[in-house]
Design a binder for this molecule. Structure first.
Ligand SMILES: NC(=O)c1ccc[n+]([C@@H]2O[C@H](COP(=O)([O-])OP(=O)(O)OC[C@H]3O[C@@H](n4cnc5c(N)ncnc54)[C@H](O)[C@@H]3O)[C@@H](O)[C@H]2O)c1
Length: 306
């Protein structure tokens, strides 16, 4: 019987299905103990992770039997993909399975930030009743610039067009698109210039690290709000706070951070008067997406080993 190691949380019913077919070792906190994973990995045929388990060369060298890695989510930056390929290990992400949840998160943060809800909330809570001092706006007709038109970027585009936003897109590798489509494809500089909201949906790579830096903020002409659900390091966090303090942008929502959990050093730069929303890497995690993601990976594992 094939042995499966699951080192991060998975939907209970999906786990029950795995247990019927395989010998499963499940410990949702094991990702914190990489020494232990390295110690036991030699016995397993399959590894199932989210984004916290570090699958590096050290671990792979000990993983003599592993043939399949299931990723409960998307983004492979915690996995040494090159070494997996060299060792003939198949990697299966749950592409698209949490895209609806992210799209809803982006739409709700766009609305909250454009309408200055964090500022109204804080002012009301403190007894200031800021009914006329804070200027709120309507969403209809605003431009959202979407950077990265993959499975999440596409969902965000569809969702946001339904709530009255004009969709501008920049994707370095997406060249052809049917003319009749209502979305507008631009280069990065024009997208930065024309957007009222900018949402990031690119993987973290050498090319995308710090893509949104001081130079990029200076090109933003409409004081946009920035939403990042991709990976923390695609935005330079120091430059983001500087841009907000210099009034180059009018708000930001961050679901992902350069370091996770986010460091105190960064949090010290945030104050209650900022039009901002911070969340702990949850935009893709809802009850519904957890079921879809977990079932998808379990189906793939069963197919692979049968
Ligand atoms: N916060 C969360 O819970 C959550 C959930 C889902 C996805 N994500 C992250 O969102 C990102 C996008 O996910 P996805 O499933 O849409 O990925 P995807 O691979 O389907 O799409 C990524 C897109 O980015 C484009 N791209 C790559 N490099 C680029 C560059 N240098 N400039 C412009 N475009 C570039 C690609 O052409 C592709 O179309 C990933 O980083 C993923 O990890 C986060």
């Amino acid at each position: 019987m094939n042995k499966i190691l699951v080192t991060e949380f998975i939907n209970k019913q999906s786990l029950d299905r795995l247990n019927k077919v395989f010998k499963v070792h499940y410990d949702e906190k094991l990702w914190k103990n990489s020494k232990k994973i390295i110690e036991i990995i030699k016995d397993f045929d399959c590894l199932i992770v989210r984004n916290k388990t570090l699958i590096n060369k050290r671990l792979l060298d000990k993983a003599k039997k592993i043939r399949f890695i299931g990723r409960l989510g998307v983004g492979l930056d915690n996995i040494d993909v090159k070494n997996c390929h060299l060792k003939n290990i198949y990697i299966q992400p749950a592409t698209g399975m949490n895209a609806d949840s992210v799209a809803e998160y982006v739409a709700s943060c766009s609305m909250s930030l454009i309408k200055k809800i964090p500022l109204f909330h804080e002012g009301t809570l403190r007894g200031r009743w800021p009914r006329t001092t804070i200027k709120s706006e309507e969403m209809n007709g605003k431009n959202i610039g979407i950077i990265g038109f993959g499975s999440v970027g596409k969902k965000v585009s569809e969702y946001c067009s339904r709530i009255g936003l004009n969709i501008l897109i920049y994707d370095k590798y997406f060249v052809k698109f049917k003319k009749k489509n209502k979305f507008k494809f631009l280069n990065l500089i024009n997208l930065l210039k024309k957007s009222d909201i900018i949402s990031l949906h690119i993987p973290l790579s050498k090319q995308t690290k710090n893509l949104i830096n001081k130079g990029a903020f200076l090109k933003m002409k409409k004081k946009p709000v920035i939403i990042n659900t991709s990976r923390g390091s695609v935005i330079n966090e120091k430059d983001l706070i500087d841009a907000y303090n210099k009034n180059l942008i009018s708000g930001f929502a961050l679901d992902v951070f350069e370091n996770e959990p986010v460091k105190r050093k960064f949090l010290k730069k945030i104050n209650k008067k900022m039009n901002c929303i911070l969340t702990p890497h949850i935009s893709g995690i809802t009850q519904q997406s957890n079921i879809r993601v977990s079932d998808f990976i379990v189906d793939k594992v069963i197919d692979f080993f049968n």
